[in-house]
Ligand binder design. Structure first.
Ligand code: ZN
Length: 225
């Protein structure tokens, strides 16, 4: 029962994160105006605001103008639910929940607008260091080595531009949080899934990489459980 409740809370927060990612890019308030359809401005009624359920009832379309709501909302709600379901409600668990929710926000921003807000990356770095401290895993030497690797890759990427700068920052964060084996798995899974998506559905020339990094990170975490 507690797991069901956790999942529900997660879906509501996931839904709010989807809304925040869209509104933050448009420099709109995340509170006002109330949730509405982006196409016809139809103000959503309570039954249209239930995470996951409303999407299924409405078959992914606005009740008034019948234009698509977008799968991003549904994916955000589901991911939010799973993030709460997979983490315990302890101090470390809560820090991890905030980390993963920020990751969800970043992934949605990158997916929709190919941009990652700097404040969200700085917040993730702060959280990562806090998590390393609470877990007693903050090793200064490892931290320094990873920082040097990060600086070199960032410099190389500055000239070659093989991926976005935000993606390099995210990989550095995940490297700091996990270990060499895990980061290799994360890069392999995310690259493979991004290429797969590109091959079957190549609409964009530019691939937003953060959602695939997030997917690989959450997948590995759920497998390890
Ligand atoms: Zn509409």
């Amino acid at each position: 029962m507690i797991n069901f409740f956790k999942f529900i809370v997660g879906t509501v927060i996931g839904s709010f994160i989807s809304l925040s990612s869209i509104r933050s890019y448009r420099h709109e308030s995340i509170i006002f105006p109330a949730s509405h359809c982006d196409h016809c401005n139809h103000k959503l009624r309570p039954w249209e605001l239930i995470p996951i359920v409303s999407f299924i009832l409405l078959r992914g379309k606005c009740h008034q103008c019948h234009r698509p709501i977008g799968f991003l909302t549904l994916i955000g709600e589901l991911t939010g639910g799973l993030i709460f379901l997979f983490n315990p409600l302890t101090l470390n668990g809560l820090l991890e929940i905030i980390f993963e929710l920020l990751f969800l926000f970043i992934a949605e921003c990158d997916y929709s607008y190919y941009t990652i807000p700097t404040w969200s990356l700085i917040s993730m770095l702060t959280l990562t260091i806090l998590q390393l401290i609470t877990n007693g895993k903050l090793d200064v030497l490892t931290f320094a080595i990873i920082l040097i690797i990060y600086a070199l890759i960032s410099l190389l990427n500055h000239y070659l531009k093989f991926i976005g700068n935000g993606d390099v920052d995210l990989m550095f964060l995940l490297f700091l949080k996990t270990d060499v084996t895990t980061i290799i798995y994360i890069i392999a899974i995310s690259s493979f899934s991004a290429i797969f998506k590109y091959v079957i559905h190549h609409k964009h020339k530019l691939i937003p990489y953060a959602p695939y990094l997030g997917f690989a990170y959450l997948l590995l975490r759920s497998i390890k459980k």
